[in-house]
Design a protein around this ligand. Structure first.
Ligand code: FES
Length: 103
């Protein structure tokens, strides 16, 4: 367990936006969904698509490869062709910094 690592500044990610960061060796998408930050792995569980390059609709991130949708709050796959959830990570905001729990 590596603990929480600083990955971005909160004021750099407006509501409805996302960034891809390296959280201690794992590529993670940080999403601002309605003012709350969530972290989901940048890999689609269908066929490894780059989730962070997909569109964001509310709290749903859409894989750019075949269109599966994931709920960034839970990692759940909402639509086929993905059916397994994507890993999510705990997020904390401290002094304007976004920290992700890397493990
Ligand atoms: S790789 Fe994401 S939907 Fe196929």
């Amino acid at each position: 367990m590596a603990g929480f690592v600083k990955v971005a500044r909160a004021d750099e990610i407006a509501p409805g936006e996302k960034v891809i960061v390296d959280a201690d060796g794992v590529l993670v998408v940080i999403v601002n969904c309605d003012g709350e930050f969530y972290a989901i792995e940048d890999v689609c569980t269908h066929d490894g698509g780059p989730l962070g390059e997909g569109d964001l609709e509310g709290c749903a991130l859409i894989c750019p490869r075949h269109g599966a949708r994931f709920d960034v709050r839970t990692g759940d796959a909402l639509t086929l062709p993905a059916f397994e959830p994507a890993p999510t990570y705990a997020v904390r905001v401290e002094d304007g910094d976004i920290l992700v729990e890397a493990y």
